[in-house]
Design a protein around this ligand. Sequence first.
Ligand code: MRU
Length: 333
Amino acid sequence: MITFKTVEYDESQNRLVILDQTKLPEEEVYLTLKTAEDVYHAITNMNLRGAPLIGVAAAYGVVLAAHRGNPVSAGKACDLIQSARPTAVNLFWALERMRNRMRQAKDLYKELLQEARMIEKDDKESCQKIGALGTDLIADGSKIMVHCNAGALATSGIGTALGIIYTAKQQGKDFVVYSNETRPLLQGARLTSWELCKNDVVIYTICDNMAATFMPEMSLVLVGADRIALNGDVANKIGTRGLAIIARYYHIPFYVAAPISTFDFALTCGKQIPIEERNPDEIRMFHGRNIVATSARICNPAFDVTPAELVTGIVTEKCIVTPPYEENIRRLQ
Ligand code: MRU
């Protein structure tokens, strides 16, 4: 079903080939990353993005640095890549796995490559399981609102929120998707429309400020996550909290889809989640044009936190977690 590869490690040349998401939907082009620094830049520039995919790419970034078997280079690669983006906990989770493996490794490169491949395999399997568990949420005739891109482009598999949609589609269910464009970087407009159209899913792209207008018609809202605290508070792309508030007003179920690697068991609530503040030019500029008065100040938080009380359930690879969140999230560990 998925005809593109978001990441592929080429062992013969020790290089990582990634689909350049900044060029979509106009061009499907691939970038070759040869060093951990390249991976760091690809993550910060968002050539690749989405919490699970960032984790997978980070692991391969460490492999690139470990090619000559030098643990110092591999350790430095972990430190550098870890600083690329602060919110998605999958990045830190994947690097922690790589560091643990590094400590015990006899053949550094071989073992780190094995670990990175395992992280990728786990990600693919989690997506499949999330899809299989979440498909029950979709009934024939559903209208589903999604935000940002939590699809195949955000993982190495079929995606999380969109993984559920692909599974429902495969089962022959009849439904339509409403995708918010997701300003400022338009992951919904550029990426979600691209991958859903490639897979013949009926999709309407709407502006973010149309969400309240269309919400009363929706059967459910389905989003991804970048980090989930113990109490069930969910950090995801900016705008998610607004959707959850609107959904609650209209009594529309609001579901999050995320692998267990997205849970941060060390954080008791969402207030502790670091929120990335990105370059103001992402808002100031549009298609190379300055669209904001030059002396206006700009706020550009990339994520927000949706309080657990607005979340109907969280679809993981193990089960659909429902309240009481703290008790049920602890059981995932
Ligand atoms: O800034 P991005 O594009 O990396 O943000 C991505 C999201 O917010 C996704 O919803 C989240 O990472 C889940 S992807 C399965």
